[in-house]
Design a protein around this ligand. Structure first.
Ligand code: PMP
Length: 361
């Protein structure tokens, strides 16, 4: 079967080159006579992959040796609880910027651990915008601030990060990591599930400033301690080796695209085609996100009526454009156009939108 244009929000489309290389190397990784799937995580070939992936992430996030990159399991969702377990001690408050469902989940998990404060929320408008810097009200002396760079379900994205002074910022970049240049040194901890912009599910990337590791409580269960994972180069237990390998192939692919700066240009052009189809439709397509909060990764919009939306999704799938059904909390359509989605895919979607409107508008 021919490959379709896959707009799923994650797991999501991978670069064809990455899949082809994985296919070539599946039965025998060069020089080893065995598959990565069968290989010890203590072997030299695996170690080289692990280190190459760590180096590529550090380089492309602009991080120096003050940071460590960890490969953890349990998804980005486990970070929602690991962060407060490690860094929210009794007597302190952690601040949360609640800009979408995952941001809210992160905040809810932290409430199970300690005292929290919502420094800003856009829930009252169904998360259709990112709060302005002036709306952010930090608590007195927060131990950290948590924010979500891109809201996967609602299709909003921070364009400029607020200046939060010296407070350590913990950021969930699951749905836009390495899709544009970021000065990673602005953050104390960056995390992301790999299955959107960096490969496949099974591994969660955590970049952490090393000076924070001293705060990890010794009474925490071992697997929940960042300092243990850092001390053991993420090899305290068996890592998800094949997921790290695919993340590394994706990272090396990203470098060939010019890294975050190169891919940003490509991502802007892609998103612009679809937003132009929305904005040029005379109201037939209505974007969920306010214009200045629009995401370059997840594009959300409604049509006039649910019956039309269902038909849109069905006919698009027949035309080879799949994974477009929006999340139930927004409804309508969501096109996820992460790094690996091609310009051709976005052009095909924009053309489909125009044709669908002409037929049904
Ligand atoms: N944060 C964001 C922004 C997400 O989009 C997602 C998943 N869609 C998560 C966290 C949860 O990730 P996981 O499924 O890897 O736990």
């Amino acid at each position: 079967m021919e490959r379709v244009y896959n707009f799923n929000p994650g797991p999501s489309t991978l670069p064809l080159e990455v899949l082809e290389q994985a296919q070539r190397e599946l039965l025998s990784y060069p020089g080893t006579g065995m598959s990565i799937l069968e290989m010890s995580h203590r072997s030299k070939p695996y170690e080289a992959i692990h280190q190459e992936a760590e180096a590529a992430i550090k380089e492309m996030l602009g991080l120096d040796d003050a940071y460590r990159v960890l490969f953890l399991q349990g998804g980005a969702s486990s970070q929602f609880s690991m962060i407060p377990m490690n860094f929210l001690p009794e007597g302190r408050t952690a601040d949360y910027l609640v800009t979408g469902s995952f941001a809210e989940k992160a905040w809810q998990e932290a409430q199970l651990i300690g005292k929290t404060h919502v420094a800003a929320s856009t829930k009252d408008c169904n998360f259709r915008r990112i709060p302005a810097a002036a709306e952010i009200r930090l608590s007195d002396n927060p131990v950290y601030v948590h924010l979500t760079s891109n809201n996967t379900i609602y299709g909003t994205q921070w364009r400029e990060f607020p200046d939060l002074g010296d407070v350590p910022v913990m950021i969930d970049m699951s749905s836009d990591i390495l899709s544009y240049p970021v000065d990673g040194k602005r953050f104390a901890l960056i995390y992301a599930g790999a299955q959107k912009n960096l490969g496949v599910a099974g591994v969660t990337i955590v970049a952490i400033r090393q000076d924070l590791l001293a705060a990890c409580p010794q009474q925490l269960p071992t697997m929940l301690r960042y300092d243990i994972h850092a001390k053991n180069d993420s090899l305290y237990n068996t890592p998800p080796g094949f997921s790290v390998y695919l993340a590394n192939l994706s990272l090396q692919w990203l470098k060939r695209q010019g890294g975050p700066a190169g891919i940003e240009q490509h991502n802007r052009e892609k998103a612009a085609m679809i937003y132009a189809a929305i904005d040029g439709s005379g109201g037939f397509y209505r974007g969920h996100a306010e214009k200045d909060s629009r995401s370059l990764m997840n594009i959300t919009f409604r049509l006039p009526g649910e019956e039309l939306e269902e038909r849109f999704v069905k006919e698009a799938a027949n035309a080879g454009l799949v994974g477009l059904k929006g999340h139930r909390s927004v409804g309508g359509i969501r096109a996820s156009v992460y790094n690996a989605m091609s310009q051709d895919g976005c052009r095909a979607l924009a053309e489909f939108m125009l044709a669908f409107q002409q037929k049904n508008g």
